[in-house]
Ligand binder design. Structure first.
Ligand SMILES: Cc1cc2nc3c(=O)[nH]c(=O)nc-3n(C[C@H](O)[C@H](O)[C@H](O)COP(=O)(O)OP(=O)(O)OC[C@H]3O[C@@H](n4cnc5c(N)ncnc54)[C@H](O)[C@@H]3O)c2cc1C
Length: 477
């Protein structure tokens, strides 16, 4: 196509979009588009002919139809906090970024059905607050909750800190509204806990990272708000002791155990170094610290009694070396802040090589010991930044350069380090992406570990739903 013809096609596309969304919601100036063209970690950049900001499901459908007619790829974007480059276009495919952030209405709260119906661009924290106002809990919680959106959470099947009790985002979702790659609207906003009427379309779109369609709204589950919470930090000698503490906590607290996070000493040193207002919680340094949280629907006294019984058992068995219990809501917040500032402190420290892995809980200690040894042998002096949601088997197993080594130069080792880690994950029966998805970061790597049958099934689903390959190309499959 000549330049003049392609320019006139582009102008016709932009006119259609301006008419459907309003001119101020079609961004074409480089300065306006720039924040949408780079990912949170600043590792991926791309280009887009426009950034589209529809304000309703119908406007999303109109924008998708225009893209379909003009063969432009669509990169959906929510809060742009994803860690795998899934919401960033590439530099070669003619694309638009379709931001869902104006779809930000809470459509309905149904306390009796324990559900909330929200549009895709609602910020996670706003859903938590809306639930709280009705004396309910929306349990999805992660460090990016002040800026990530429920559409992004669903599309990455986000995990976070309460998965061991409530499951990940998939398990919190009852129904979806989706705009298909050809611009049809599927209204599957059912607040049902039982519905066996054929293939589960909802589950296809959850975790699809925008490659099968655009989620525009969802019905999410709510739970009764807990009456009391106990948050504590417990120092343990090593990951094996942390696993024994997990077993003890589950025996004594059962479903009351809602948080169980592991943080190695170096993680906490990074946090206290980069955020000096935060204090290391123990008089002595310990190799590993566990953050435990119990949530109780009975009373504060019941929660504290349960916690004390479990800690007594853990001290008696020599599992715990020291412990501090939050005495106020603020102190509980401070403990969580230590945990949630680890990714931020890592980013402040400089670039590192991240792995978001899951292995069966019973094999976590073996995994850490074996993999640490292999990495240390191949790259002496590197710093292992290991932390994560131990209660559900998910570790953020990150590798930082030795002190003093240039961070950018260190990234040249990325493939070699990733292969050591992921081969070990595979050997331990694990997954190379526990909760962040594949995006463009891990698409190729995933092919090393999935069987041909699995990749072929995924490819045929993509082909069936998006035959023109317009939805978020270059991601996932
Ligand atoms: C400090 C920090 C801590 C984090 N902690 C966690 C954690 O504990 N657990 C965890 O799971 N993740 C975590 N993340 C990663 C990230 O916050 C989650 O992946 C989140 O779910 C992304 O939501 P988002 O709205 O920012 O999505 P985006 O980054 O905008 O998009 C993510 C993916 O979803 C697609 N997408 C977005 N919206 C839609 C939609 N409406 N329809 C279709 N596709 C869509 C995008 O195309 C992209 O592929 C963390 C990130 C940061 C920065």
């Amino acid at each position: 196509m000549s330049n003049a013809a392609s320019d006139s096609r582009l102008q016709s596309f932009l006119s259609l979009c301006r008419a459907a969304l309003g001119p101020t919601h079609v961004l074409t100036e480089p300065g306006d588009k720039a924040p949408y063209l780079i990912d949170w970690r600043r590792r991926f950049t791309g280009d887009a002919v426009a950034v589209l900001l529809p304000g309703s499901t119908e406007e999303v459908a109109a924008a998708v139809k225009a893209c379909h007619a003009h063969q432009l790829a669509i990169v959906p974007q929510g809060g742009n906090t994803g860690l795998c480059g899934g919401a960033t276009p590439d530099h070669v495919t003619p694309s638009v970024v379709l931001s869902l952030k104006r779809l930000n209405r809470i459509r309905q709260v149904d306390p009796l059905n324990n559900t909330i119906t929200v549009e895709a661009g609602v910020i996670l924290q706003q859903i938590q607050e809306a639930a709280r106002e009705q004396d309910r809990l929306f349990p999805l919680s992660l460090a990016a909750e002040g800026s990530c959106t429920i559409g992004g959470n669903l599309s990455t099947n986000a995990g976070g800190t309460a998965v061991l009790r409530y499951g990940n985002t998939r398990e919190l979702c009852l129904g979806l509204e989706v705009v298909t790659p050809s611009g049809e609207i599927w209204n599957g906003l059912r607040g049902l806990r039982k519905d066996n009427t054929g293939y589960d379309l909802r589950d296809l779109f959850i975790g699809a990272e925008g490659t099968l369609g655009i989620i525009t709204a969802a019905v999410m589950k709510l739970y009764p708000a807990p009456r009391a919470r106990v948050t504590a930090l417990a120092a343990v000698a090593d990951p094996r002791a942390a696993l024994k503490l997990l077993e003890t906590a589950q025996q004594h607290a059962g479903p009351m155990l809602t948080g169980f996070e592991l943080m190695s000493n170096i993680c906490l040193s990074l946090v206290t170094h980069h955020y000096p207002q935060m204090r290391y919680p123990f008089a002595e340094q310990h190799d590993q610290v566990v953050l435990l949280e119990l949530s109780d629907n009975e009373s504060e006294a019941h929660a504290r009694n349960t916690f004390e019984t479990l800690m007594e058992a853990a001290f008696e068995a020599g599992i715990v070396l020291d412990a501090v219990v939050a005495e106020s809501v603020q102190q509980s917040r401070d403990f969580w802040n230590l945990r949630e500032h680890i990714p931020l402190a890592q980013a402040d420290e400089g670039k590192n090589i991240k792995h978001d892995i899951a292995v069966p809980i019973s094999r976590i200690a073996d995994f850490i010991e074996t993999t640490d040894a292999r990495i240390a042998a191949a790259f002496p002096g590197v710093r292992m930044i290991t932390f994560g949601h131990l209660g559900d088997g998910n570790l953020h197993y990150n590798v930082s350069p030795p002190l003093g080594q240039d961070h950018d130069a260190f990234l040249a080792n990325e493939d070699a380090i990733k292969h050591i880690v992921h081969d070990s994950v595979d050997a331990h029966g694990g997954s190379i992406s526990a909760e962040h998805g594949l995006g463009q970061l891990k698409r190729e790597e995933n092919k090393r570990y999935k069987s041909e049958v699995e990749i072929a099934l995924m490819t045929s689903i993509k082909q069936a739903l998006d035959p023109m390959g317009l939805m978020n190309p270059g991601k996932v499959v």
